[in-house]
Design a binder for this molecule. Sequence first.
Ligand SMILES: [Zn+2]
Length: 99
Amino acid sequence: MPIYTYENLNKDQHCTYCLGGFDVMQKLSDKKLTHCTYCGYPVKKIIRSVNLQGSITGSSQSTLSQKNIEKQGFTQYRKVGKGKYEKSAGKGPDTIDAD
Ligand SMILES: [Zn+2]
């Protein structure tokens, strides 16, 4: 069953349920909602694009700063060419040649 998102666009007439939008699972044959089922104020069906990347809000990139890497005793390399890596943080050889 598709999930429809409704939003109350009226800043003054809403309840906590419809404020900011809500999702409703409806059959295709179901009539679309025109009013909030709780407060009865008008709501509007909105098209929400599914953004899978938006759901990944991990902070692993920000916590692995270069200073942290050195503190933890890790070494970070960045790829500079085919099979070649250059040290960007930490201890170890300045370059690695993987070939
Ligand atoms: Zn409401």
